[in-house]
Design a protein around this ligand. Structure first.
Ligand SMILES: Cc1ncc(COP(=O)(O)O)c(C=O)c1O
Length: 390
């Protein structure tokens, strides 16, 4: 390529990877965001599920300020009180035998670590993922992600990864053999359309994995702390061998963690994984305080109630454009009989932010602290947008 070597500067702009929402966001408070024209929006998407405690939560803000004034970075070859505090806060929520953690900076990184650990711990290469799965877009995570639009431009994917129908134990039976290191699954598929599997699905995977020495990886990057309990897997009384968390656990600062058992951990060679920023004290301080707030069981009971209210109100609307409402807690979706994008746009124009999950699905990932009146406001905006759209 011919570069102009005489130029002294460039007009820098992002590679256009994202469809623009046409808004410049300036500040947030609780369940509201403000744009650069000082217009207020009800935020029912929390940055793709990140700001679970809402924006500018005072405890999180104070923790970040304090930590920023002391120490923002400390590589993991050093110890730091903020990271120790995070370990205590997350450990208090995790069931045994999940006692070992690896830090990353995003959801995709949490998945990368999970896939690497599964391979090295089992000495096998096979990974079973599901149709419509979304696990991120770095190469390993992308290999487990199902959607061809993300995968095809970057083929070939990681060897040994296969996809089978979600919520289908018979399909799983057909692919499990002694070459499989792990099954990776979202307890409720998020990007794939907020799909809730039948009761017994996770338990069925767990039993099949146990019978063959295969590891179960639960990707709770989106479901984590949203579905009426800290983790969606507890509903089926199982524990995964590897758990991936990210999005909400530092209420806005970038973090991803991969939690696993001693048995897996002891097979991971020293130095075989890591990242410069991972586990830094700034993010850990935000994470520790966020997790302590999320340890309050009443919040999870409230999330479950919010989900029930949401579904009842939507069903009460009796709108013919709606095919289905589904989800758990503060992770909900409305499947339409028509494209979702024009409706999402109309809702934004009416001051309510939601997001898609596939072509006909509108997804709601509000704060766990959302008020009933705000849920009702969101539903009113949805109804209005649907009526307008005809
Ligand atoms: C279930 C799930 N896994 C993984 C990811 C990837 O996370 P990130 O975008 O932080 O890489 C996401 C992001 O939406 C997700 O929803």
């Amino acid at each position: 390529m011919g570069h102009d070597l005489t130029a002294t500067h460039t007009q820098l702009s992002p590679i256009p990877l994202h469809a623009s929402r046409g808004l410049t966001l300036v500040r947030g408070e609780g369940s509201y965001l403000w744009d650069d024209k000082d217009r207020r929006y009800l935020d029912l998407m929390t940055n793709y599920g990140v700001n679970l405690l809402g924006h500018a939560h005072p405890l999180v803000t104070d923790a970040i300020k304090l930590q920023a004034s002391q120490l923002t970075n400390a590589h993991q070859s050093f110890d730091t009180p903020a990271r120790q505090d995070f370990l205590v806060a997350l450990g208090a929520l995790l069931p045994p035998p999940l006692s070992r953690i690896s830090f990353g900076n995003s959801g995709a990184e949490a998945i990368e670590a999970a896939l690497k650990f599964a391979r090295v711990a089992t000495g096998r290469i096979g990974i079973i993922a599901t149709h419509r799965a979304y696990h991120g877009r770095t190469f390993g995570a992308l290999s487990a992600t199902a959607d061809a639009k993300y995968r095809d431009p970057f083929q070939p994917m990681l060897e040994g990864v296969r996809h089978i129908p979600f919520d289908d134990l018979d399909a799983l039976d057909k692919v499990l053999d002694d070459s499989v290191a792990a099954v990776i699954v979202e307890p409720i598929q998020g990007e794939g359309g907020v799909r809730v599997p039948a009761d017994g699905y996770l338990r069925g995977i767990r039993d099949r994995c146990d019978a063959r020495g295969i590891l179960l990886i639960c990707d709770e990057i989106q479901t984590g702390f949203r579905t009426g309990s800290p983790f969606a897997f507890t509903r089926e009384d199982i524990v995964p061998d590897i758990l991936c968390l990210s999005k909400s656990i530092a209420n806005g600062l970038p973090i991803g963690v991969t939690v696993t058992t001693e048995a897996v951990s002891e097979r991971v060679p020293k130095g075989s994984h890591g990242s410069t920023f991972a586990g830094n004290p700034l993010v850990c301080a935000a994470g520790a305080v966020t997790l302590r707030v999320l340890a309050d069981e009443t919040l999870h009971a409230r999330a479950a109630q919010s989900g029930t209210r949401f579904q009842e109100r939507i069903r009460d609307l009796g709108l013919p454009q709606i095919r289905e409402v589904r989800g758990r807690g503060v992770m909900q979706a409305v499947e339409l009989k028509k494209p979702a994008t024009p409706v999402i746009k109309a809702m934004q124009e009416a001051g309510v932010l939601v997001l898609p999950a596939g072509g006909t699905v509108i997804r709601f990932l509000p704060s766990i602290l959302i008020q009933d009146a705000q849920i009702d406001q969101g539903i009113a905006a949805l109804a209005e947008a649907l009526r307008e759209a005809g």
